[in-house]
Design a protein around this ligand. Structure first.
Ligand code: MN
Length: 249
């Protein structure tokens, strides 16, 4: 199996090292990751300037080849799968910070996995919360391997979002939490006395049972199967029952 690994935290992230190490048990690994942090960039792609890649300045376990790209996570997948056209699966992470519920809309980690699926390749995003210290990736390693084992054996395309709590017990299949969040802008003053603003994300309600947020809060590894189709099928069905044409002369 040929595995391409990327992330949105950048080539120097310890989470990228941890994922490359775990993935190398399943096949041939190549790393193509952003040269600087690209968190919360979502599915941005670079179209108005050229992309380049260079050899990584940090080394990876074993004989893993690694490259840094002057672009976004989605760029890394597009360029990486162009250079390695026989890629079987793209893994993105392990992100330093959770990607749960509404954060999937702006996650660069998930966007890399989405880009893979857009190109006809299975995509898996992996994340874990981070506190004051680096996550214990050695403790997580057996859980990462078990999760990859489960997901890599699933045939065909697939888009999966995985989140590891700090000390997991078991793996659960979950749905995306869609509870609203406030997205409040908090004003402050910079050291020069000028106004500046911070975007904040605070969930407004407890997580729904069986959702991704609920699972990680309960100590479970969360795997959410996702799809690219954003269509509201229930709404569409009602409208189509009324008649396919919205208006006519
Ligand atoms: Mn990140």
């Amino acid at each position: 199996m040929r595995i391409l690994i990327t992330n949105d935290d950048g080539i120097y992230s310890p989470g990228l090292q941890a994922l490359a190490k775990a993935a190398s048990k399943f096949g041939h690994v190549t790393v193509v990751a952003p040269d600087v942090e690209q968190s919360s960039m979502g599915h941005a792609v670079t179209h108005s300037r050229p992309l380049w890649y260079k050899k990584s300045l940090v080394s990876f376990p074993g004989d893993i080849e690694a490259f840094r790209v002057n672009g976004t996570p989605a760029d890394c997948v597009a360029l990486g799968t162009h250079l390695y056209a026989n890629t079987d699966v793209v893994l993105s992470g392990i992100n330093m910070g959770p990607n749960l519920g509404n954060s999937l809309w702006h996650s660069g980690t998930l966007a890399a996995a989405k880009q893979a699926v857009l190109l006809g390749i299975k995509g898996i995003a992996l994340s874990t919360p981070v506190g004051d210290t680096v996550p214990d990736f050695d403790l997580l390693a057996p859980h990462v391997e078990k999760t990859l084992e489960e997901l890599l054996k699933i045939p065909g395309l697939g888009l999966f979002n995985v989140n590891f709590p700090p000390n997991p017990t078991e793996i659960r299949w979950t749905k995306q939490s869609v509870r609203l969040y406030d997205g409040t802008i908090l004003p402050g003053l910079d050291p020069m006395g000028r106004k500046h603003y911070w975007f904040t994300v605070t969930p407004l309600a407890p997580a729904e049972e069986d959702s991704d947020r609920w699972a990680v809060e309960s100590g479970y590894v969360s795997i959410t199967p996702l799809r690219l189709d954003l269509t509201d099928h229930a709404f569409l069905e009602v409208k189509q029952e009324d008649g396919k044409v919205v208006s006519s002369r």
